[in-house]
Design a protein around this ligand. Structure first.
Ligand code: NAP
Length: 522
């Protein structure tokens, strides 16, 4: 197993696809993944492969008739078996030293680094990300594993670094111990990074988990599970359990032996999990902990002193990166009247240049994830037509996959559906504000509070924006997507979730409980 290195944490660099050798390597990785399409994947319970007759079909969103793979699908009975396996594994895993658990994450990070393009190529084909988006997802997964390994080791050394107040005659120690069995439920939009981040933070703390991947991206989660076992994690520490969220999700959330749920996904499901987890099931002896990172209606505010070209670049990148399917996507822009027309024109020009095509060929605009998302987004566009003025886009895109044109509405009203609902697709709404204070008011007029950005050259206004714009991740004069592990700890306010600040120093506290021991020495 790889030891924790003496070097400080550093973010995994993004691949420079301007270099021929990197492009060639990526094309080869896609070909390798293509040669593996259509395979069958079992569940893993207590380290054993379990094949079920009922299967989840993973489809390529860019070629919806293409089967990426077939994945076994858990029933409630299998979910119960997974719980029992996780409970048994917890008894031994919690006794493994923090250093050993951390070394396992470091090894997994190192292996993923070596096979970076292979993982990214799976993301391209299973989730429809273009090369840069897939590369960033894989880099973030590597970062999470590396970072949480180090953070857990630091937490285990708390008494050295943050000693308690001394009391003569006593030896007092604070120790961070694991919670128990956690249910880890990632979304499909960062199917590697968020899956790996939530699962490895849980296990490095000494917990065992049931990993229920999103039903649209179960294979990339399988690849992650395989990697962890290869890296030295005992195979029963994670139960790999794809299945219907509605069926096994509710069952596991309500289970009396579930100690915590780590969820990232929509507001609706996050609130449901929070509600179900709050009930005490017969035989349950603890309050379940819920870590829920949910949706957003993120936005960029632009005043008349701002660099309008830079603001337009940021608005388009934030709105349409990965087809607007990021929780941090800037689906709103609020622009002061004085520069409104100029900015709208620049956004239109930049949007019109975005080329739609296959993620495998690295097109800027790819498909949305599946048929149900496609239908929901097209419906939202129809609703939008009765609210704002359609500036560009608004139609379905290429045939054969779930493509939608990057779409911009202007003159949206603060209360409009377009400005309030998380559409989670390539749809941007722009609203006009009287002045910069009005723009901040409009920005804050939402139940969400995940990311935001303020564009201005005026320092006093920037100071006010820093105070007033109410969101978990606020950026000044830059786009509102692209948080980096350790640099921009990530999590939202209000209906965006429990503000867990993934990739931050406090994250490990969510997966541990502190035990104080006090021993008389005289
Ligand atoms: P989703 O529909 O809420 O699904 C998320 C996960 O929950 C999936 O694994 C899903 O399984 C599962 N699930 C569904 N019903 C469940 C239930 N009753 N009990 C337990 N689990 C259940 O969200 P999504 O469409 O995958 O992801 C997009 C959403 O995630 C957006 O709202 C986005 O903003 C949010 N997100 C937030 C963050 C953040 O950090 N705040 C990051 C990324 C994404 P199935 O696939 O089987 O339904």
């Amino acid at each position: 197993m790889r030891e924790l290195t003496a070097t400080a944490f550093a973010n995994e660099p993004m691949t420079d696809f301007g270099l021929e050798e990197n492009r060639t390597a990526f094309v080869e990785a896609i070909a390798l993944v293509r040669s593996e399409l259509g395979r069958e994947y079992p569940l893993h319970i207590a380290g054993r492969a379990v094949h079920t007759p009922d299967q989840i079909l993973s489809l390529n969103p860019a070629k919806s008739s293409e089967v990426v793979g077939k994945v076994s699908k858990a029933s409630r009975e299998l979910a119960e078996q997974a719980m029992n396996a996780a409970l048994t594994a917890f008894e031994s895993w919690k006794k493994v030293s923090v250093k050993e658990r951390a070394a396992c994450l470091m090894e997994a990070a190192a292996l993923m680094r070596e096979r970076k393009h292979y993982f990214s190529a799976w993301l391209v084909i299973e989730s429809g990300k273009n090369w840069a988006e897939a590369d960033a997802d894989t880099a973030e997964a590597i970062d999470f594993m590396d970072y949480y390994a180090r953070e857990m080791v630091k937490l285990a050394e708390t008494n050295e670094h943050k000693p308690l107040v001394k009391l003569p005659g006593e030896d007092n120690q604070l120790t961070y111990i694991p919670l128990g069995v956690g249910i880890v439920i990632p979304p499909w939009n960062f199917p590697l990074a968020i899956c790996a981040g939530m699962a490895t933070a849980s296990i490095v703390a000494g917990n065992t988990v049931i990993l229920k991947p999103a039903s649209t991206t179960p294979i990339i989660a399988y690849k992650f599970y395989e990697l962890m076992v290869e890296a030295g994690m005992p195979a029963d520490v994670i139960q790999y359990l794809p299945g219907s969220g509605a069926e096994i999700g509710d069952y596991l959330t309500s289970h009396p032996k579930t100690r915590f749920v780590s969820f990232t996904g929509s507001k609706e499901i996050g609130l449901r999990i929070n509600r179900l987890a709050a009930e005490q099931a017969p035989g349950q002896i603890w309050m379940k902990r819920v870590v829920a990172e949910m949706g957003g209606k993120d936005g960029i505010v632009v005043d008349e002193t701002a660099d309008i070209a830079a603001a337009a670049d940021a608005i388009v990148a934030s709105a349409f990166g990965f087809q607007g399917q990021k929780c941090s996507a800037g689906s709103r822009a609020v622009v002061v009247a004085g520069v409104y027309d100029e900015l709208v024109e620049k956004v239109k020009e930049r949007t019109s240049k975005l080329v739609m095509g296959s993620p495998e060929e690295n097109a800027a605009v790819g498909p949305v994830i599946d048929k149900s998302s496609f239908d929901k987004i097209m419906q939202a566009i129809e609703t939008g037509k009765s609210e704002g003025r359609l500036l560009i886009g608004g139609n379905k895109g290429l045939d054969g996959g779930y493509f939608i044109e990057p779409t911009v509405f202007v003159d949206a009203g603060p209360d409009d559906y377009l400005m309030q609902e998380e559409i989670f697709g390539p749809v941007l709404a722009i609203a006009k504000a009287e002045d910069w204070q009005d723009a901040i008011r409009i920005y804050n007029h939402t139940e969400f509070g995940l990311t935001g950005a303020f564009f201005s050259a005026d320092e006093d206004r920037i100071q006010t924006a820093l105070q007033e714009m109410h969101c978990g991740n606020l950026y000044i004069n830059r786009k509102c997507t692209g948080a980096l592990v350790g640099v921009h700890p990530f999590g939202g306010f209000n209906m965006s979730g429990t503000d867990s600040k993934a990739g931050g120093h406090d994250y490990m506290l969510l997966f541990t409980q502190a035990k104080l021991t006090s021993r008389r020495t005289v």
